[in-house]
Design a binder for this molecule. Structure first.
Ligand code: DAH
Length: 338
């Protein structure tokens, strides 16, 4: 046994590669290996020698030590040979970007929250009662035609054609308490013709403020802050008389054209002004039906078209760009913004 171990030591001293080590292993420990053969005789040895033999077998750990040595050598060689060139450009990892419609929503939300508004939510499948009736649009009212709608189950449930029904929900929940300061962005549905600027599904941001002595000038001030925040501090705002059954008086919300400095261009259709939403003083009938006394409180409401704001801000002419989830549009506009 001792002779064999001596021979093994010599063999190991001469090898450099892992492959040789395997050969040596077979030579000594393989089926017909020298040590294997010797081990088969162990049972015939007297007890004292058995112990000795066993102790010698422990010396076979030499093989493991050699393997480690070789592996370290190989690794060191590799490290020496392969240096990493950190001057090479790295692989580009594609980055996502927030959807630009969502970005506008968040901008408006953050601004109005800083002014004390809460962001609330309402269902997209709405009662006819809240979407129309309690907003002063009884059945058969001609103003319903402008929002030709998707009905679900008879005539009582529909896909909301505007976010205004959340006004009713908020006031019913408010139970006559003031102030109410709420905004709610959300999807709305209309049977609009699908063309470059219309879609059967679009988004609005509705707002409602109810308190004592609320007037049109409060609405003007609020609108002014939103317009300047989104489109630049030198924007002008104006009200244009309008009609909505749930507000009296009603106005269209216009901002001065940011594209041409009010000289007239295709974006403002030559007028110098761009309409971004509707608004007004909440109609007494709406307050009454929702549990508020029009003699004691008043309020204003507004509704912006979110896609419209987005398209204006980013100079997009086709609304479908906003819905096709093409990362290129988002990253492009994202970069412009950063
Ligand atoms: N809901 C209206 C629409 O979809 C927009 C609107 C106008 C909302 C006046 C309001 C408002 O809250 O007071 O055309």
């Amino acid at each position: 046994m001792e002779n064999i171990l001596e021979e093994l030591k010599n063999d190991l001293n001469q090898i450099k590669k892992e492959h040789d080590l395997n050969e040596i292993k077979t030579k000594y420990l393989g089926k017909k290996g020298k040590i294997t053969e010797l081990s088969s005789k162990i049972k015939d040895l007297p007890v004292e020698e058995k112990k000795n033999f066993g102790a010698n077998l422990n010396k076979l750990s030499l093989l493991d030590t050699k393997r480690e040595e070789i592996e370290t050598d190989i690794l060191n060689k590799k490290l020496e040979e392969e240096s990493i060139d950190i001057s090479l450009p790295s692989t580009k990892i594609p980055m996502g970007a927030p959807n630009i419609v969502e970005k506008i929503v968040e901008e408006v939300e953050e601004l109005l929250m800083s002014m004390g508004y809460d962001v609330v939510d309402g269902p997209e499948i709405e009662k006819d009662e809240y979407n129309f009736e309690m907003l002063n649009l009884p059945k058969g009212h001609p103003a319903r035609d402008a929002q030709d709608t998707f009905y679900i189950e008879g005539e009582e449930l529909l896909l909301r054609s505007q976010t205004s029904p959340v006004q009713i929900r908020t006031m019913l929940e408010g139970k006559g308490e003031t102030p109410i300061r709420m905004i709610w962005p959300g999807k709305t549905y209309r049977r609009d013709d699908d063309d470059a600027t219309h879609s059967h599904q679009f988004m609005q941001i509705e707002g409602l403020l109810i308190d004592k002595n609320v007037s049109l000038s409060d609405l003007k001030g609020t609108f002014d802050v939103v317009a300047k925040h989104l489109f630049g501090s030198d924007r002008l705002t104006r009200f244009r008389p309008s009609f909505y059954p749930f507000t009296e008086p009603s106005v269209e919300l216009d901002i001065s054209c940011f594209n041409c400095g009010m000289k007239g261009c295709p974006i403002c259709k030559g007028t110098g002004w761009i309409t971004v939403g509707g608004a007004g003083i909440v109609h007494p009938n709406v307050l009454k039906s929702s549990g508020y006394d029009p003699d004691k409180v008043s309020g204003f409401a507004f509704g912006f078209g979110i896609e419209r704001l987005t398209m204006l801000k980013y100079g997009i002419t086709d609304i479908r760009v906003l819905y096709t989830n093409d990362l290129r549009s988002n990253t492009q506009f994202s970069r412009r913004d950063v």
